[in-house]
Design a protein around this ligand. Structure first.
Ligand SMILES: *[C@@H]1O[C@H](CO)[C@@H](O)[C@H](O)[C@H]1NC(C)=O
Ligand SMILES: *[C@@H]1O[C@H](CO)[C@@H](O)[C@H](O)[C@H]1NC(C)=O
Ligand SMILES: *[C@@H]1O[C@H](CO)[C@@H](O)[C@H](O)[C@H]1NC(C)=O
Ligand SMILES: *[C@@H]1O[C@H](CO)[C@@H](O)[C@H](O)[C@H]1NC(C)=O
Ligand SMILES: *[C@@H]1O[C@H](CO)[C@@H](O)[C@H](O)[C@H]1NC(C)=O
Length: 421
């Protein structure tokens, strides 16, 4: 238990005949234009070049409509996605291609800078002067003094655990992950190394087991399904379960996945409920309970591990529920709904304490996944075409991806997150 290292893809819509696996980079990574360097997709368009050729920040990579923000102590060269450090202003070198960072203002504004009495340093730009601080510090309310910056409060600082220190911070990874050379990303350990992580991909007819490079794991047997429409994994039991819906009947089926990724021993769990309108399901791997979203009767119900007892958890104020995800380690359930009001909600796993965590700038949320380590909720909105993320309280909202690609994106959950998108 816990040693399995696999990812699950839940197909959304009529998705995906083609999946763009590039050979070089792992899932969640971006191949720089140099065709050799891979950087985490989380660092795309963050204003900080990670590719040697800056292609992670180029206008080709970052469509202009994405709000572009430079990191602390940097400013944008007008009309580009290039950020320069404030110390590069008026340093006698043209750092912006149009020379915006240099000019007569450098000399004219110097006395004003001196009068500002900055604790650290003063920057001069064409429209004025301001104090800035050493890396790891930010300018206080007085505009002059420097205070410690809590980097851990900034989304994306570390991919897992973050510890703030005076003037700096340190990232670390939870068990089963190793810190990468960038000192902030975590990657799942390959243990045992002869058993690399795999992806489970469900289509209507079958469940495929693929390596992360896209090639099929040679498995002697496979699932022969008929109308597979949702899939989840029970981590501590090495079991995959899915729902098959034919014209008149629907069944919940499970299979063991062996150490060599063979799918063995298929069985049926008789659920004392009509599953025909269930398009998404989540399994609480601690109790073995199944959570189902019925988009016709507009309710969320839960059944015990053998299907003998089912209860409706939520049916009020639910018009078009779609996606569901659970965090059994925190006892939380997350689901999306888009009836009169599109929203993402959180509740306890017994349906109590229902809380809306997202209800603005959301139209048609169709998939959710949770990052169990950092306690983040990711979701896809196929109408507004984005993947966004918030913490469990609905704060710290960020856009992960925006634009035309989103409608074909899958939601992938790593059993020991962070989720890869
Ligand atoms: C200077 O002007 C630019 C563009 O007009 C603006 O984005 C920036 O915030 C201004 N900076 C200061 C320090 O006022
Ligand atoms: C990561 O940390 C190590 C050890 O502290 C250091 O030597 C290395 O330069 C750091 N790498 C980066 C990319 O910051
Ligand atoms: C894909 O990865 C697996 C496992 O790491 C390896 O055995 C296989 O040869 C790779 N296939 C290709 C086409 O690179
Ligand atoms: C189902 O599980 C319950 C315990 O959760 C048990 O009491 C019951 O006998 C089981 N029923 C079947 C048919 O296996
Ligand atoms: C709601 O959650 C709080 C803590 O998050 C807990 O103390 C309280 O008992 C919960 N209320 C119900 C009705 O479960």
């Amino acid at each position: 238990p816990g040693a399995l290292n696999l990812l699950i893809i839940i197909p959304i819509l009529h998705c995906c005949n083609t999946i763009d696996f590039n050979r070089l980079c792992d899932i969640g990574e971006f191949l720089c234009d140099d065709h050799v360097t891979c950087v985490s997709q989380n660092w795309l368009c963050d204003g900080e070049p990670n590719c040697p050729d800056d292609s992670d920040e180029s206008l080709d990579t970052c469509p202009e409509e994405i709000e572009f923000k430079c990191p602390l102590n940097h400013m944008t060269c007008i009309g580009t996605n290039r950020c320069i450090h404030l110390s590069q202003l008026c340093n006698g070198v043209y750092d912006c291609s149009d020379g915006y960072d240099e000019g007569v203002h450098c000399r004219e504004l110097l006395p004003k800078c001196q009068r500002m009495n900055c604790q650290y340093k003063c920057s001069i730009s064409r429209n004025g002067t301001s104090c800035y601080c050493e890396d790891g510090y930010e300018v206080g309310d007085d505009g002059r003094n420097c205070n410690d910056l809590d980097e851990c409060n900034v989304y994306g600082t570390c991919s897992q655990t973050c510890i703030n220190t005076d003037g700096s911070y340190a990232c670390s990874c939870v068990e089963g992950y190793v810190l990468q050379p960038d000192n902030r990303s975590c990657k799942a350990k390959n243990e045992p190394s002869d058993r690399p992580p795999v992806l489970l991909i469900a289509s209507s007819e079958t469940i495929e087991v693929l390596y992360l490079n896209g090639s099929k794991v040679p498995t002697p047997n496979s699932v022969k399904g008929n109308g597979i429409n949702t899939l989840d994994f029970i981590y501590n039991k090495d079991t995959i379960c899915w729902i098959e819906s034919k014209e008149s009947s629907s069944q919940l089926k499970c299979t063991k996945i062996s150490k060599s990724w063979r799918l063995t021993d298929e069985w049926i769990i008789n659920i004392a409920q009509y599953l025909h309108n269930v398009q998404q399901m989540a399994i609480d791997w601690l109790t073995g309970n199944f959570y189902f979203v019925d988009h016709v009767s507009d309710r969320i119900f839960v059944c015990n591990h053998n299907g003998t007892v089912c209860i409706t958890l939520i049916d009020l104020d639910l018009q078009n529920p779609k996606a569901i995800a659970v965090d059994p380690t925190s006892g939380k359930l997350f689901f999306t709904d888009y009836g009169n009001v599109a929203k993402i909600e959180r509740c306890d796993m017994d349906g109590m304490n229902r809380t809306r965590i997202v209800e603005s700038k959301i139209e048609q949320p169709t998939a959710v996944a949770v990052d169990l380590v950092n306690k983040y909720v990711y979701w896809i909105d196929i109408y507004l075409d984005y993947i966004e993320v918030v913490d469990y309280q609905g704060r710290n909202r960020h856009t992960v991806i925006q634009g035309r690609q989103v409608s074909i994106y899958l939601m992938i959950q790593d059993p020991r997150p962070p989720p890869y998108l």
